[in-house]
Design a protein. Structure first.
Lengths: 270, 265, 244
């Protein structure tokens, strides 16, 4: 096994462990993440509360575990949706060209004219707070990346002699898309998706931090960080541990993305 | 003047040059032909000291006027480049800085080997370009590489290579990126160089026609080895090695017959 | 022999100039010629003369701005300059070759298509052992054999070759040209053969057209044009030929 492949396997394993934590967060939690206990308000890390407690005496570790699914799976769902939608739109626009292509380019230009996160904040603000609305607003921001990338890849590919040869063999547009273009475009798109998950996780936490995403009392990392700000002096662990979890998630997805890129390059390039 | 003795070198993992020996006399044009992967470009890189990280010299020696190039220090080697031996490449546009005019390139080439004023450099440039029979040298000096045609650019690259008066010019496929009519002009420029300045040339090409037109001595390389070496007349018109014979038979002629591809396989 | 298989009349094509300005560059400027059945017509010229654009239009891969293209056969195929890019690097060689028949297979099963692909590999002398390899694992000459195999799968009457050997070594070139010449006789193919190599054209083509600046400046029997050129440009071109 090559070095890159070995590294990819290790990263994938780490990521899988992380995702398992997210799936079984609630079951693994030592305490009820929503149970308030004012007798233990703002306690530091101890055997009973390994990450300490917040001002209402809720166990931070339990809340970090509970919040993992909201933070990670919402980001994964957004990424999967924009990946599928953006790639499909980009490939079609690139291959069909003409008016469809013009329309798409103008549309993405409008979306990209706004700083991404500001646009998400504005949309989420209009739709009203809530997890689903936050996901919709992030989707609106992120799909253009995939559409533009897929389009540019297709524009380069359609000039390739092997695509021309397929046309001469009598291949219809759908044959060429399915047999030649999609397999050539997908690896780059998957790598991009992996590298973008970290960004989406951060943006999602950011929206929650601003009060536009997950609403209290439901546990979510961004929302926990925002909530913990008030007791930064007396209970820094309220912010430290959700931040660490967020940090670990983003780093893990980015490193895995790098590995996937290396692995796919080895298989699909020279 | 240049003597390569039993040289072996690796490049990118494999042994690209195996035990090659050849020599270039002053004022001589030596042509090396070979197909892709024959090691001919690696050979030139060894002589020029441009092997880089991917290649390594495994054995043998390269003597330039009696001095071993391989045992020279870095600085000594650098001093020699441009002044004693120079090189032109296949793609002329890549050997120029796109943001420098040809005149600036010439000035910088002279300056690395000793102090010179811009005015002096320009004068030398103009006389050099006109001795290479390039039209309108003034305008050429003020042009950027991207403004020149491929052939003009390659001839300017030759001028930049020889501006410090090297006695040996190495040329790696100098005409392969050019159209046939332009190819001829570049060949004429190089031949004129030898005639007027007595510059010796070691040219590497896959194009037998170019070698046949230019060279006095011809070497044939295959899989890193020099399989045949001798006078042009002998190598190209009465070859002794089987590979040379096959290679020559495969060259298309103007005789209305198909080139000979040997037995199919 | 005098039956015409391909006829083009007054083809014109211009492209948008670099930088997106309003300036258009004329690539092909009124080209007319015809190819007879069983004939090989050579199209020679230097880079930028419009010969590749003409080939793409004749193949139907590029729409001309104006002019007429009439193809009187059922199938035509094209061989490209860069053999490595003419095979999908992600597909196995036999699949790429089989594509030639895939969309015209009628009642043939996929398995039968594969069998025909293997037969085509025999015809172009590409070892059947390569069937399961990927396009990117083949040498340039092997790739070109594979693209020729793909092209002859549906028994085309006309093969348009755009510099089919320019990217290959001379010894490989000689073999590929030998193969094309053999197929000409065994399959009764006609050729439109684009090349910058006049010596190569002299041996392979029955008639030759010299292109410059998007126009055909001289056309005639190969032997006539090359031995008694009438146009000044043809003479310059012939003068610059370097061969042994």
């Amino acid at each position: 096994m090559t070095k890159t492949k070995k590294r990819a396997v290790i990263m994938a394993a780490l990521l899988a462990v992380f995702l398992l934590f997210a799936v079984f967060g609630r079951a693994l939690a030592p305490n009820d993440p929503y149970k308030t206990d004012l007798l233990h308000s703002l306690e530091g890390p101890s055997a009973r509360f390994p990450f300490g407690t917040d001002n209402l005496g809720r166990c931070i570790l339990s809340r970090v575990l509970e919040g993992a699914s909201a933070s990670i799976f919402s980001a994964l769902a957004v990424t999967a949706a924009v990946f599928a939608f953006g790639t499909a739109v980009g490939i079609l626009a690139g291959y069909l060209g003409g008016a469809a292509d013009q329309l798409l380019m103008k549309l993405t230009m409008i979306f990209q004219a706004f700083p991404g996160f500001i646009l998400a904040v504005a949309v989420a603000g209009m739709l009203g707070p809530g997890l689903v609305n936050a996901m919709i607003s992030l989707g609106l921001v992120y799909w253009t990346t995939y559409a533009r990338l897929a389009r540019s890849l297709v524009l380069r590919l359609r000039q390739e002699p092997y695509i021309q040869a397929a046309r001469l063999c009598g291949a219809k547009k759908r044959h060429i898309l399915a047999r030649h273009i999609l397999p050539a475009v997908l690896p780059s798109m998957v790598v991009t998706a992996f590298l973008e998950v970290g960004n989406v996780i951060l943006s999602m936490a950011g929206l929650s931090f601003l009060g536009l995403g997950v609403q209290a009392p439901q546990a979510e990392w961004g929302q926990m960080i925002s909530y913990g700000r008030s007791f930064l002096q007396r209970g820094p662990w309220c912010i430290l541990f959700p931040s660490l979890a967020l940090f670990a998630a983003v780093i893990l997805f980015n490193l895995t993305g790098d590995c996937v890129r290396d692995a796919l390059d080895v298989g699909g390039g020279e | 003047m240049l003597k390569v003795e039993n040289l072996s070198a690796s490049y990118g993992g494999g042994e690209a040059v195996r035990g090659v020996s050849l020599s270039v006399e002053p004022g001589q044009i030596v042509g090396i032909v070979g197909e892709s992967g024959s090691g001919k470009s690696t050979l030139l890189s060894c002589i020029m000291g441009l092997l880089g990280d991917r290649g390594r010299i495994l054995g043998g020696d390269i003597l330039f006027e009696g001095r071993s190039l391989l045992s020279m220090g870095r600085e000594e080697r650098r001093q020699m480049r441009g002044k004693e031996l120079a090189m032109v490449f296949q793609d002329p546009e890549l050997s120029f800085d796109p943001l420098w005019t040809i005149g600036k390139t010439l000035y910088e080439s002279i300056r690395v080997h000793g102090p010179v004023t811009k005015k002096e450099a320009r004068k030398r440039g103009i006389s050099l370009l006109s001795s290479l029979e390039l039209k309108d040298p003034e305008m050429l000096l003020d042009s950027y590489p991207s403004q020149l045609s491929g052939g003009m650019c390659q001839r300017a690259a030759i001028a930049a290579a020889i501006v410090c008066g090297p006695r040996l010019l190495l040329a790696d496929e100098p005409t392969s990126a050019l159209d046939v009519t332009v190819q001829k002009q570049v060949i004429d420029t190089m031949m004129g160089l030898r005639e007027r300045l007595g510059t010796a040339i070691l040219i590497v090409s896959h194009n037998m026609g170019v070698i046949a037109r230019m060279a006095d001595m011809v070497g044939v390389m295959k899989d890193g080895e020099l399989v045949e070496w001798g006078e042009k007349k002998q190598v190209l018109y009465s070859p002794s090695h089987e590979y040379t014979k096959a290679l020559i038979a495969a060259v298309p002629r103007m005789d209305g017959r198909l080139p000979h591809g040997g037995f199919y396989g | 022999m005098d039956e015409i298989i391909l006829e083009v009349k007054n083809l014109k094509k211009s492209f948008r100039g670099p930088g997106g300005g309003g300036k258009r560059l004329t690539a092909v400027d009124g080209v007319s010629f015809s190819v007879k059945r069983g004939e090989c017509l050579g199209l020679i010229g230097e880079s930028g003369s419009g010969k590749t654009t003409t080939a793409y239009m004749a193949a139907g891969l590029l729409a001309p701005d104006s002019g007429e293209i009439s193809f009187y056969g059922t199938h035509l195929q094209m061989i490209f300059q860069d053999p490595k890019r003419a095979l999908d690097p992600r597909r196995k060689v036999a699949d790429s070759i089989g594509e030639g028949l895939l969309y015209h297979r009628g009642k043939l099963s996929r398995r039968q298509v594969r069998e025909r692909a293997l037969e085509a590999m025999d015809m172009v002398r590409l070892d059947r052992a390569y069937a399961g390899r990927y396009g990117r694992e083949l040498s340039g000459g092997e790739c070109q054999r594979a693209t020729i195999a793909r092209a002859v799968m549906i028994r085309p009457e006309l093969l348009i070759c755009d510099e089919p050997t320019s990217a290959l070594d001379v010894s490989v070139q000689a073999k590929i040209i030998g193969l094309l010449d053999e197929l000409k006789h065994s399959l009764g193919l006609s050729y439109l053969f684009i090349s910058h190599d006049i010596a190569l054209v002299s041996g392979f083509c029955d008639r030759v057209a010299v292109m410059r600046g998007g126009r055909i400046v001289e056309m005639g029997e190969t032997a006539d044009v090359l031995s008694r050129p009438r146009e000044e440009y043809t003479k310059v071109l012939l003068d610059s030929v370097l061969t042994l």
